[in-house]
Design a protein around this ligand. Structure first.
Ligand SMILES: NC(=O)c1ccc[n+]([C@@H]2O[C@H](COP(=O)([O-])OP(=O)(O)OC[C@H]3O[C@@H](n4cnc5c(N)ncnc54)[C@H](O)[C@@H]3O)[C@@H](O)[C@H]2O)c1
Length: 350
């Protein structure tokens, strides 16, 4: 059956979503309408796509069965309530909601209406993440004990609504959703505790730096660090296990799996003189002690998100991003804020 989509909120992400939908055959998914309270936003709406000045008008008049919500964060609950009441299936932009309780209300209304409800957490299809997930899933470094996900940028001055707390601004609500979602979907164990630092480094009212230490029930520690004002841009991953290490440096998945040819316990304690003095553990490795292997390759893209939604819409599979997984991310974000406020580690069971 054809998905006839209406996008509400035709700003930056509404346009990105429309461009992505246009890559699919019309018989699978077709953008039929867009709605925005600022008419000029829709001046470049694709030919043949109807335009409306409100979600109410679109829900009443457009021939659509699914709504994609791309309006600012605080309006998501209201949009979900209206679309569900009209019996439309729903894809909502992240962050799904401003709080766990708002999200619970969304789940309640969409369940009652019997419609599909999912969130656009499409960075589960980022190539770098999937390379690391593949290393993890295949046990390529043995039993993992640490995962690091690092995102450093140079644009500390965030823009538009991103600088207003009441609009759901700040980096935790923004990239935080994706980075937390990735880790929760990699590690196959409950999250049992968390410690976080959340700061406004150069933004007055919203967070622009965070460091989250997550301890999982299988004894893996994951660290997510994001800094918009690092001035040393980087997308990095590190996965340490008892049979090797894997790293990625950069969006293009540059990296390697590294192993030792001999266990370090069998290496004589050779003293290396460094600029900082002698060391027996942290000098350069002796020739031949380390070997490198290629990382697995993956074939993923954000288009996969919609491919899965089309299948779920047609009853061929479950939703790829499930409401209980989204709720877990929101619970972690609450715990991050609490830990940063109290300076304490937070016990969790999610
Ligand atoms: N999935 C992702 O990777 C990703 C990336 C960027 C943004 N987003 C999310 O997309 C959403 C929109 O962000 P953006 O950067 O596109 O914002 P934006 O400001 O560029 O666009 C928002 C649009 O919504 C319209 N709007 C506001 N209130 C409305 C209402 N009541 N009814 C109809 N239209 C309304 C605005 O006029 C504007 O055109 C946010 O929730 C954001 O977090 C997701």
């Amino acid at each position: 059956m054809q998905i006839r989509l209406g996008i509400v909120g035709f700003g930056f992400m509404g346009h990105c979503d429309a461009d992505m939908i246009a890559t699919f055959p019309d018989e699978e998914i077709k953008l039929a309408a867009v709605a925005d309270i600022v008419p000029s936003q829709m001046e470049d709406a694709p030919e043949g796509v109807e335009t409306y000045n409100s979600i109410e008008e679109m829900l009443e008049k457009a021939d659509i069965n699914t709504v994609m919500i791309s309006t600012p964060n605080p309006s998501h609950l209201e949009m979900v309530e209206k679309a569900a009441a009209a019996g439309k299936h729903i894809i909502c932009e992240k962050p799904a909601a401003m709080s766990v309780s708002q999200f619970d209300r969304m789940v309640e209304v969409t369940k009652k209406a019997g419609v599909l409800f999912t969130i656009h957490q499409q960075r589960r299809f980022d190539p770098d993440y999937n390379v690391m997930k593949s290393v993890y899933d295949q046990g390529l470094v043995g039993k993992p004990y640490v995962i690091k996900s690092q995102l450093y940028g140079f644009n500390g001055n965030m823009h538009d609504w991103h600088v207003f707390p009441e609009m759901g601004g700040g980096m935790l609500y923004d990239w935080g959703v994706h980075l937390i979602d990735q880790i929760l979907n990699m590690v196959d164990a409950p999250l049992v505790s968390l410690y976080a630092d959340l700061r406004n480094i150069i933004n007055r009212d919203v967070d622009d730096y965070f460091n989250i230490l997550m301890k999982f029930g299988n004894d893996i520690t994951a660290e997510i660090e994001l800094g918009t004002y690092y001035l040393t841009p980087k997308r990095g991953w590190f996965l340490g296990g008892d049979k090797g290490s894997a790293y990625i440096d950069g969006w293009d998945c540059e990296g390697k799996i590294v192993r030792t040819t001999r266990l370090l316990t069998n290496v004589p304690g050779k003293i290396t003189m460094t600029a900082a003095g002698p060391t027996r553990s942290f000098g350069p490795a002796a020739p031949g002690l380390l070997t490198e292997e290629e990382l697995p390759s993956v074939n993923v893209s954000h288009r996969n998100y919609f491919e899965h939604f089309i299948k779920a819409f047609n009853g061929e599979e479950e939703l790829f991003v499930k409401p209980h997984q989204v709720r877990r991310v929101l619970c972690v974000m609450d715990a991050v804020r609490e830990s940063a406020r109290t300076g304490e580690a937070i016990k969790l069971e999610v």
